[in-house]
Design a protein around this ligand. Sequence first.
Ligand code: GAF
Length: 403
Amino acid sequence: DGDGVGVAVEPRTVDPDRLAAAFADAHGAPPAGVWHAPGRVNLMGEHTDYNDGLVLPMALPWGVMLALTPTDDGTVEVRSAQRPGEDVRFATADLDADSPTVTGWASYVAGVFWAAREAGHLPAEAGARIVLDSDLPIGAALSSSAALECVVLLALADAHGLTDLAADRPAMAAIARRAENAYVGAPTGILDQSASLRCTEGHALYLDCRTGLGSNVPFGLRESGLRLLIVDTKVEHQLKDATSGYAVRRGECERAAAELGVPALRDVEDLNAALPRLSDPVLADRVRHVVTEIHRVNAAVGLMRAGAVGDIGALFTASHLSMRDQFAISTPELDLAVETAVAAGARGARMTGGGFGGSAIALVPEDRLAEVERAVADAFAARGWTAPDQRVALPSPGARRLR
Ligand code: GAF
């Protein structure tokens, strides 16, 4: 029981002392420190970040843990408990976003070194010995990529004494995002890195992706007798490369904004006036999602501040329908998780993250939790689908040093 009220919250399974011991085994001395960066679920505001809109993520208890010792030899050595035998070594001087030579999982690490150097924070000779461990599923739309980027950057900033950077979480989020956009090649927004770096325990992060201004809004789940259930459908979402569904949606939004003559879809004020002006009904659907989704973020924040947390459930479900029908990013598995959770007593449910697979979240009264979990498991089993992974989470701290 992780939260003291009788309903288990899945605990973190990575451990700073164990990771430090693994580091000492590999490198003959303990690390300079151990850091942790969490994954996230977004409660509202999907595909709004790159439209200059609003988002509302919370950090998860699970994430990526990293042990690091800084070096001044310009080389980086990385190993990961999840990738035994795949140790990676590179020289920072060789890193070039136009011809990325570090590929696969380690490209997120290399990308952070590249982006921190490009931003003028990291001297060329700064290197590191790194050992990683994670309890965040990969491909579940819970931001394992951003957690990896953010933990590397935070550890670099601390261990290499980059004090200006270490004191500026929005700047760190921008650098971690640049690593992903320019080095890894995924055209994502600022949501995930901001969530990992800027969320606080017990709160959701209400973030304006145009200005970068954010505030931490209390998310009183327990006080309201509610649980947040995360259903990982085990359908791995696609890599967000330039040909992915994610990139296609991004292109559609840009095209719609251009047709409407606005800098970003954030600036559409009157849907009824805007929609008939678009050349293609598909674009009208995309715009409707983005604009109404931004309003749902504000509505959710209003309800949280009023202490009416349960009423956010209806917004969850409305958001899911918008993502399913207007933005067309859901899957049969996500739809089934949402429909089943709501039918079994959840106050509302929605897919979270980029879509095309991944996870759904459900807002569930404490006394209905077991029933909802059982109903979802049964519904997947009845179709012969892989059993989903279901976990309960509380809003957890953002990235930090653990030892
Ligand atoms: C992914 C992206 F990385 C984010 O930037 C965001 O666009 C999200 O999908 C959808 O809201 O997580």
